[in-house]
Design a binder for this molecule. Structure first.
Ligand code: PLP
Length: 384
């Protein structure tokens, strides 16, 4: 039995996506920049994919730049804004961003930039009034994630964009966990830049996209050839781009029904575990959350021990984010939420996809409470 509950770390490539990609790994291997028909056909497929990505988020085709990842999209957005004419040297972000944003900000400090990490409350939410106070004449960009990868907490990007525009500051949102899970229209959101990653929505790893609103100043991050209209150099990863386009197409068609399905599974999982396990809390539960994400703390047990025992049963989940697990560091997101140490240490993130089933959720509910009891018993005997 293999049960995969770690879809915020990465997703399986959908079969339809794989099938759409295969010709570009086989016979259709032309370079999209070449002028002859063999290459032009490949170019057309890249442009079709651009249209599919644009369509999922209500953008125009020319507003989509393909990149190698969500990380590259985040880096590109921030680095571009810092080069705007008369740009300030201050970045405003949140304490719960992905390292793709936070570590870049930290790195930029060594070049004379400063940044503010907006704190979050116990429910994982930022204070918009405080955010408005923090933005000053030196602020070059606001980079605020759409949905958190560890807790699923959703930030009110539409409200944030109104504040940003009243202060005349460019707004970037890392929507890596939101695209394909929430209905998104960039015009309603009011952002100037938005990051997407393929492998979070059943496309392959190593492809992403950056939405840049028409009329927004833009400076490329990867310098070289003229690909992507001079906005991102490097020969296109055609098969992966085609895969991303197809995944966006599928997400657009099935978003509503799949969101309902996943939410039903997530609610069943939470109800089942909370009912059977004492001293258990769902982190971020009182905030708007992605329908697929459940970050649960089982007090007095080590989250890593839970994961190891689940692994033996063929069930895969994550403690904190996949990027920070293994680092031995307690989750920066839960710490920022001021979750008690005991609950941080014992947190497990379950992130579902439409490919999960009720049977899988029930299998978890059947196994995990006993494991928790056993671990608590061992920990009690050891006097921890
Ligand atoms: N931003 C968020 C919120 C993420 O969850 C991730 C990946 O976990 C990234 C950015 C980085 O995306 P990628 O893995 O495509 O570089």
């Amino acid at each position: 039995m293999n049960i995969y509950f770690d879809n915020n770390a990465t997703t399986s490539v959908a079969l339809e996506v794989l099938e759409a990609m295969l010709p570009y790994l086989k016979e259709a291997y032309g370079n999209p920049s070449t002028a002859y028909s063999f290459g032009r056909k490949v170019r057309d497929s890249v442009e079709r994919a651009r249209g599919q990505v644009a369509s999922l988020i209500g953008a125009k085709e020319e507003e989509i730049i393909f990149t190698s990842s969500g990380t590259e999209s985040d880096n590109t957005a921030i680095m571009s804004a810092l080069r705007f004419k008369n740009a300030g040297k201050h970045i405003v972000t949140t304490a719960v961003e992905h390292p793709a944003v936070l570590n870049l900000c930290k790195y930029l400090q060594t070049f004379g930039y400063t940044y503010t990490e907006l704190p979050v409350d116990n429910a994982g939410m930022i204070d918009l009034d405080y955010m408005a106070q923090i933005i000053d004449a030196n602020t070059a960009i606001l980079s605020i994630m759409y949905a958190n990868n560890e807790t699923g907490v959703i930030f009110p990007i539409d409200k944030i964009s109104r504040i940003a525009s009243s202060k005349n500051v460019v707004l970037h949102t890392d929507a890596v966990q939101a695209v394909g899970k929430l209905p998104i229209n960039v015009n309603d959101l009011g952002v100037q830049m938005l990051s997407i990653s393929g492998h979070k929505l059943h496309a392959p790893k190593g492809v992403g996209a950056l939405y840049v609103k028409k009329g927004t100043e833009f400076y490329p991050y990867i310098i070289g050839g003229h690909q992507e209209n001079g906005r991102r150099a490097g020969t296109e990863n055609v098969a992966a781009i085609v895969g991303l386009g197809k995944a966006c197409d599928i997400a657009k068609t099935f978003l509503d029904s799949e969101t309902l399905k996943v939410q039903h599974l997530r609610d069943r999982l939470e109800a089942g575990l909370l009912n059977k396990c004492s001293n258990t809390i769902v982190n971020g539960a009182s905030s708007p959350r992605l329908s697929n994400t459940s970050n649960i703390s089982f007090a007095y047990v080590d989250g890593e021990a839970i994961l190891m025992m689940l692994d033996k049963e063929g069930i895969y989940a994550s403690s904190g984010s996949a990027c920070s697990s293994g680092s031995g560091q307690p989750s920066h997101v839960l710490r920022a939420m001021n979750i008690p140490q005991e609950y941080i240490r014992s947190s497990v993130r379950f992130s579902l996809s439409p490919y999960n089933s009720e049977e899988e959720v029930d299998a978890l509910i059947g196994i995990l409470p006993q494991l928790i009891e056993r671990l608590r018993h061992i920990s009690f005997l050891r006097g921890n």
